[in-house]
Design a protein around this ligand. Structure first.
Ligand code: NAG
Length: 225
């Protein structure tokens, strides 16, 4: 009987701890600076292999130049500069990353999802209309106008956007709860997929005429990342 109780407690704890992984798993060492991908030799792990700690240098935790604005002359009028494990190998296993987003007047970071991260956004310059949408059944929209110094949160996995409604450029910095948050830009993924999704599927899903779907699929979908 004692054994059964122990087993039940063990299973409950095991389930609880698996539910607790809302984000990247915790590291088992001080750091695990990522090795270049070519060391993988076709073996894929959940994350990256660690460099020998004796060979790790301060530069493995460093990235310069995030003060520099990015060119926003593109179809969406914004550019995201990601600073994740690709740019800073020392972020491997640490569960955080950063991005700088520049917006021209009326530029936007179009509706997108980070499949692996929640986001907290800080406005350094300008005025942004931001929002996210909850899942089915409500699809409730949460929006806010943010000014310089304001902070807003986008929960993991939800569609969200930022739109520069000011007459000047805007700049925001975002922290994300993954070393590799990922981005799914909705329009690009749906209408700009490779190869294209069967237009019958999209015509019915979006309640559009097939010709409208085909013209959307023929467009060039700019990736602002
Ligand atoms: C920004 O990008 C556009 C389009 O690619 C280009 O024409 C323009 O020269 C760039 N501006 C700067 C300052 O680099």
């Amino acid at each position: 009987m004692k054994g059964v109780k122990f087993l039940v407690a063990f299973v409950v704890l095991a389930l609880a701890s698996s539910f607790a992984f809302a984000s990247d798993p915790s590291p088992l060492q001080d750091f695990c600076v990522a090795l270049d991908d070519h060391y993988k030799n076709g073996v894929f792990v959940n994350g990256k292999f660690c460099k020998d700690p004796k060979l790790v240098t301060p530069d493995n935790f460093f990235f310069p130049g995030l003060n520099n604005p990015k060119n926003t002359s593109n179809p969406v009028g914004s550019t995201v500069k990601n600073v994740n494990v690709v740019q800073i190998p020392g972020l491997n296993t640490l569960g955080i990353s950063l991005a700088r987003i520049d917006y021209m007047p009326y530029g936007q970071n179009p509706p997108h999802i980070h499949p692996r991260a929640s986001e907290i956004l800080f406005v350094q310059e300008g005025t942004l209309y931001v929002g996210f949408v909850t899942s089915i059944p409500d699809n409730r929209v949460f929006t806010k106008v943010l000014n310089k110094g304001d902070v807003f949160v986008f929960p993991i996995g939800l569609i969200h956007f930022q739109f520069n409604i000011g007459k000047t450029n805007a700049v925001a910095f975002a922290s994300l709860s993954s070393q590799n948050p990922g981005v799914i830009t909705i329009a690009n993924a749906v209408f700009g997929s490779n190869p294209p999704i069967n237009p019958d599927v999209l015509a019915s899903a979006f309640q559009l005429d097939q010709n409208v779907v085909k013209s959307l699929q023929a467009k060039f979908w700019w990736d602002n990342n």
